[in-house]
Ligand binder design. Structure first.
Ligand code: 4AD
Ligand code: MG
Length: 482
């Protein structure tokens, strides 16, 4: 195989009049003369100028949209508008034909819905090229952020016997014969005969195991896939999504919030710096999409401005109790515009309420803390009841404009007695989680952590409205194609 130069490097090349080899996929071929070639290294195509009078017509015919080709030629300063350099082709080799009658991607605008049906090919569009380069950068930046701060990357298990969030929305993992599983006397499936000798499922969170690591390594983070069988067909939920979960010994909620805010800003700044071209493209894309919307639904900031705004402003921090007061007094609540009216303390916030706080009231990211104990997970640290007798826990959720909940986390309940009492109240089997409780028996210490939904972050940074468009092959109810 001959060496090739990536298109990104060619377009940035200081040198011209040199021989180069370039390989990629044809985006368009016009006037029998100009190929727009792309290899995914950048959103921009390189122009290949074909000497059609001296090129075999059978080759010209095969220069169709989607075909893979290899070109040897001279990199020259371009005479045309729109590009600094182009390649004057000497030889063109067709590596893989693409039948123009059958190739589903035409050089025109396709809807995101259509592209989702051909997710195996959508990488070849400008939009998805940009999205997946940004996603890549964000993943890399997650690691640099934590590595720069001395965190240990811990691989928590994918198959587990626990359901960390206690929500029961797990996918079972079994190799029993589903048509005829072994059963115990009362008719229930006998999981003792299953592969692991017990019922297991795909993890919904690496947190509980992460806590075990933090109780020795101090600062750890996980970054892996998580699975939830919740039947929510929304633009914010996937059945398989990636989550970043740091867990820090000796952190309280304040430290936890500071780290989370720092992480989110770091990720945004990283992409603005390293993916400027892609963000510029996605900003244009969003601006065009917004033109289709009625005026009042359009955002008053461009994507780039939104990202910059997040960097320049402190996130608004307030307690759940303060947020409820704001919501009760809010115009949409008084005018009965919320689908779920906010009547008083204790109810869970719906996404319409979160969005009101973030998009209308504060107009910036918000960190809500100290939620009612009754609506949060068992492991969150319990506060003393307030003057009104309200029982809360040291939870924090970070809410983002256009997204809703981006981060969920808390300081953990490190006091064994309080934790056990809460597990009893919530019917969480203590014997199954004996190992988790052991950390509270031996050298327990204050600690905290959070989970950042990776795809929601990619969504925010790319300005994509649907979470299914920021993961290569989305998993959602009734869909596991590709
Ligand atoms: O709020 P969640 O459920 O928190 C946890 O799992 C904790 N164990 C985290 C921790 O403290 N270590 O999920 C964390 C984040 C949410 O804020 C959201 O961004 C994302 O994960 N998330 C989802 N993203 C896509 N699809 C889904 N179905 C998601 N469910 C949660
Ligand atoms: Mg949550």
């Amino acid at each position: 195989m001959s060496q090739r130069t990536k298109i990104k490097a060619l377009l940035e090349s200081e040198q011209t009049n040199i021989e180069v080899t370039v390989k990629g996929w044809v985006r368009t071929f016009r006037n029998n003369q100009f190929i727009a070639l792309n290899d995914g290294s950048t959103n921009s195509n390189i122009q290949i100028v074909v000497d059609f009078e001296n090129t075999d017509p059978s080759i010209l015919k095969r220069l169709t949209t989607g075909a893979a080709i290899s070109v040897v030629g001279e990199l020259v300063a371009s005479l045309g508008k729109g590009q600094k350099v182009e390649v004057k082709a000497k030889t063109i080799e067709i590596l893989g034909d693409s039948d123009p009658e059958k190739y589903p991607l035409q050089p025109k605008k396709h809807s995101l819905e259509f592209l989702r049906e051909i997710a195996h090919l959508r990488f070849r569009t400008n939009t998805f090229g940009a999205i997946f380069r940004v996603r890549n950068s964000l993943a890399f930046a997650v690691h640099t952020f934590f590595q720069e701060r001395g965190f240990v990357y811990l691989h928590t298990p994918i198959i587990t016997a626990s359901d960390a969030e206690g929500a029961g929305e797990t996918f079972h993992v079994t190799n029993l014969n589903m048509a005829n599983p072994p059963r115990i006397e009362n008719g229930e499936v006998d999981f003792k005969q299953d592969f692991f000798g017990r019922a297991t499922n795909l993890t919904v969170s690496g947190q509980l195991e992460g806590e075990l690591g933090a109780m020795a390594l101090s600062d750890i983070y996980t970054f892996g896939p998580t699975f939830r069988a919740e039947n929510s067909n929304t633009t914010r939920h996937l059945a398989e999504f990636w989550m970043i979960e740091p867990e820090m010994a000796f952190y309280d909620l304040e430290d936890n919030m500071n780290l989370a805010e720092e992480l989110l800003k770091y990720l945004i700044a990283y992409v603005l710096k390293h993916n400027a071209e892609d963000i510029e493209f996605l900003t244009q894309r969003l601006a065009e999409e917004e033109k289709q919307k009625p005026q009042q639904e359009r955002s008053d900031m461009s994507l780039t401005e939104k990202l910059q705004f997040c960097l320049d402003n402190d996130f608004q921090r307030l307690t759940y109790t303060e947020a409820i007061d704001i919501l009760i007094e809010s115009t949409p609540n008084k005018k009965k515009k919320f689908q779920y009216p906010v009547e008083g303390w204790g109810t869970d916030l719906q996404s319409e309420h979160e969005r009101y706080l973030v998009e209308k009231h504060f107009k910036k990211p918000v960190i809500l803390t100290d939620y009612p104990k009754a609506i949060k997970a068992f492991y969150m640290r319990q506060n003393e009841p307030d003057a009104n007798g309200h029982e809360t826990v040291r939870a924090m959720d970070i809410l983002f404009p256009g997204i809703g909940e981006m981060v969920g986390g808390s300081q953990r309940e490190e006091r064994l007695e309080k934790l056990e009492q809460r597990m009893d109240e919530m019917g969480i089997p203590k014997d199954e989680l004996w190992w988790y409780l052991d950390t509270r028996r031996f050298g327990a210490c204050p600690h905290a952590g959070f989970g950042l939904g990776f795809e929601r972050m990619v969504q925010f940074v790319t300005g994509m409205g649907n979470i299914r468009d920021v993961i290569p092959f989305p998993r959602f109810p009734k869909n596991a194609e590709f």
